[in-house]
Design a protein around this ligand. Structure first.
Ligand code: JHZ
Length: 421
């Protein structure tokens, strides 16, 4: 694993002064969540005694192109290489969502054995395996070796590396251009936003389509999903900001769908010819009407985040004062932001459970909660469980009927803390 030591602060991050998309200097910071450890850098027992290096979590709005963005860029080698613990295949709901996505594209685009589907950030092959099953050639690209190895095991040809404009030219030459390019929850993660988008243009056939998903800024703000803010997420996209970004590279957002996954996401359909459909023009008009493209829209967000924290801390402190025990569900990256921003640790919360075997046996960054398998909920029967993976709350609550039947309760923290019995 890459070692981050306190002797080397500054070596692994830089603070941006210009917009990641348009290069303007007109950035206005509107949220400061303090300085936190890296959300997916889970700790081994040995690392618990070492001091953790933290990085600022400050978010700004670009007054020129409307892009909401993180000011700090942590080196991708540190964020995504060795020991990256996120494996997409642990969520049945995400698997189903991805299967439907692949089947729809096969139909829409009439894909067959002479087509090519490329996925950027293909993780453990959770999406491309659906094309492989239908005999459609695929290529996955992902920088994390653990998930890339898992993808190969399920028959997904995978290049382990960071997708860049240079890699795009090599891939197009060696493999040909793609009929469909997928990129789910990756655009916000890349430090060279423009290079990545230019690369998509290079690997896409003239008649091809890029189908890209990312969390949507509007529900993040409306539902106070502040915990989805962490160092891996450099951009928080509105359709307005996306449209400007892709147009700069001769690519057009012709269609958009709103999805409920990850607390509210967008799926954009990008092509090399301009043919903007009603779904896009309507959403752009709505963003402009509500002011999502103005700094005023974000003016009270920081206070609302503080308000959520106060309510959650008051609830947990009352429960503890009444003698109740509290655990948590989901060693999610967003869980790290929730715990660390709220200052919750092992003094209030005994442990966290997670189905991902790669996370079990480790500890949450900053908060140091031990990560146990989900069976620990029924074994230990804590009185309350803080739902850190609230985006999968319905699915998880359905799985935890035995815990609930024995008197257990969940605390769902966003958009405001509520108890589910
Ligand atoms: P989950 C992820 O963020 C990863 P995270 C990434 N940073 C990204 O961009 C966003 O999504 C969009 C577990 N779980 O996916 C699995 C169960 O244990 O919301 C995960 O560890 N049982 C690339 O990490 C965690 O919960 C279950 O039944 O914030 C959920 O993490 C289910 C459904 C999940 O995201």
């Amino acid at each position: 694993m890459n070692q981050i030591t306190l002797e080397q602060p500054g070596k692994y991050s830089r603070t941006e002064t210009c917009c990641r998309s348009c290069g303007s200097g007109a950035l206005e910071a509107f949220l400061d969540l303090g300085s936190t450890p890296l959300a997916d850098r889970l700790l081994t027992e040995k690392m618990l005694t070492e001091e953790e290096l933290t990085f600022p979590l400050v978010v700004a709005f670009c007054k020129d192109c409307s892009l909401v963005q993180m000011l700090e860029t942590v080196s991708p080698e540190i964020l995504f290489a060795d020991a990256y613990p996120y494996y997409s295949s642990f969520s049945p709901a995400l698997m189903e969502h991805s299967r439907k996505n692949a089947l729809a594209r096969i139909k829409d685009r009439d894909l067959g054995s002479d087509s090519l589907v490329i996925e950027l950030a293909s993780n453990d092959g959770y999406l491309l395996r659906n094309y492989v099953e239908k005999g459609i050639p695929v290529l996955g690209i992902d920088p994390a070796d653990g998930p890339a190895a898992a993808a190969r095991k399920v028959g997904v040809k995978t290049i382990c590396g960071f997708f860049t404009e240079e890699m795009a030219a090599d891939v197009a030459e060696a493999e040909g251009q793609a009929d469909v390019v997928h990129g789910n929850n990756v655009l916000a993660h890349v430090a060279d936003t423009n290079g990545f988008v230019a690369g998509i243009g290079k690997i896409l056939k003239p008649t091809g389509v890029a189908v890209i998903e990312m969390p949507y800024l509007l529900p993040l703000i409306e539902h106070i999903e502040f915990d989805t803010i962490y160092h891996e997420h450099l951009c928080y996209f509105s359709l307005t900001a996306l449209d400007k970004l892709f147009r700069r590279h001769g690519l057009y957002l012709n269609r958009v769908e709103e999805l409920s996954i990850h607390g509210g996401s967008l799926r954009i359909f990008v092509e090399r010819q301009e043919n903007v459909g009603e779904s896009v023009s309507t959403m752009l008009a709505n963003e402009s009407a509500i002011g999502l493209d103005t700094p005023e829209f974000f003016a009270e967000f920081s206070e609302r985040v503080d308000g959520l924290r106060s309510k959650l801390l008051a609830l947990i402190s009352d429960l503890k004062a009444e003698g109740h025990s509290v655990a948590a569900y989901g060693a999610a990256a967003k869980g790290a932001t929730m715990l660390n921003y709220c200052g919750l640790d092992t003094t209030q919360i005994d442990f966290v459970v997670d189905r991902n075997a790669h996370k079990q046996g480790k500890y949450m960054p900053g908060a140091h909660l031990p990560i146990l398998p989900p069976e620990a909920l029924v074994e230990k029967q804590p009185d309350y469980v803080l739902m850190l993976a609230w985006n999968f709350a319905d699915e998880i609550i359905a799985q935890q009927q035995d815990y609930l039947a024995a008197g257990g309760r969940f605390i769902v923290p966003v958009p405001e803390p509520r108890i589910v019995e």
